[in-house]
Write a protein that binds this ligand. Structure first.
Ligand SMILES: [Zn+2]
Length: 262
């Protein structure tokens, strides 16, 4: 059998997962019902390919029906002359108008060969640190409106794998964990995500600590901020206990100089 395309893996994962798919956004639990793409598919002639991913298809949705006027990925189509979008690609962009206008675009997710998991950002964090058994597709959205699945790649290894983070296809390796842990420690001593995103520190939060420790943090941050996966690490960083953060960062309170006695 030919290798699946990323959207075929995602679609197959959804087909094998019990509906509705649970999603916990941290405040409430939501049931996700995505629309079955076959409802809109028609049989197509032999040797037809999906215009988007280029996979051979037996059924498809006419391009005019499948892709809205806001669609902008035309230049990346693998079979530009085809007039059909296959069920797998269509599944990832289709809106379920019957159920709160729900679409996969709105969510971060991980698809394995037999399961589709809808993820909040803290679950994405855990997947980045402990990826599932390959093959899998991991997507992390911030905008919740881009067709990220169409840009995603299948990962075949746990030691080096892809995460589609908005428009970037990032390669993640085990060095991501110390990066996240560092971000989480800074975040947990009061450096905001906005400051972290800019690679900045809030010195008001650091003034009471020993300067050697602070200097080490500045050097480490300056190195980390160059990394392509830096922004993703800031995005998924979670709060930890302040005492653990201080210990991780090796920060000790500055010893105040004692006034000399006369
Ligand atoms: Zn396709």
């Amino acid at each position: 059998m030919d290798k699946l395309t990323p959207t075929q893996l995602i679609y197959q994962a959804w087909q094998k997962t019990v509906q509705p798919l649970p999603y916990d956004n941290g405040k409430q639990k939501i049931d996700c019902y995505f629309a079955d793409p076959m409802d809109k598919c028609v049989p197509v002639k032999a040797e037809t390919h999906c215009t988007i991913c280029g996979a051979p298809i037996t059924h498809g949705v006419p391009v005019k029906k499948a892709l809205s006027s806001n669609y902008t990925n035309w230049d990346q189509h693998k079979a530009p002359s085809s007039k059909y979008v296959g069920p797998a690609c269509y599944f990832t962009i289709k809106l379920n108008t019957k159920y709160h206008r729900m679409a996969l675009d709105r969510y971060s997710f991980c698809a394995t060969t037999d399961h589709l998991s809808i993820l909040n950002r803290w679950q994405v964090r855990d997947y980045l640190i402990k990826p599932p058994k390959p093959p899998f597709v991991l997507v992390c959205t911030v905008s919740q409106q881009k067709h990220l699945a169409l840009h995603s790649r299948i990962s075949y290894q746990q030691s080096r794998f892809y995460c589609q983070f908005e428009n970037q296809t990032l390669l993640i390796d085990p060095t991501f964990k110390p990066l996240v842990n560092f971000m989480e420690a800074l975040y947990s001593i009061g450096i905001s995500k906005q400051q972290l995103a800019q690679g900045k520190l809030n010195y008001a939060k650091l003034k009471d600590y020993d300067f050697t420790g602070v200097k080490q943090i500045m050097i480490k941050l300056a190195n980390y901020v160059q990394r392509p996966d830096y922004e993703l690490a800031v995005h998924v960083a979670t709060q930890i206990k302040e005492v653990d953060a201080l210990s991780y960062l090796n920060l000790t309170p500055r010893v105040k100089a004692q006034p000399e006695r006369l």
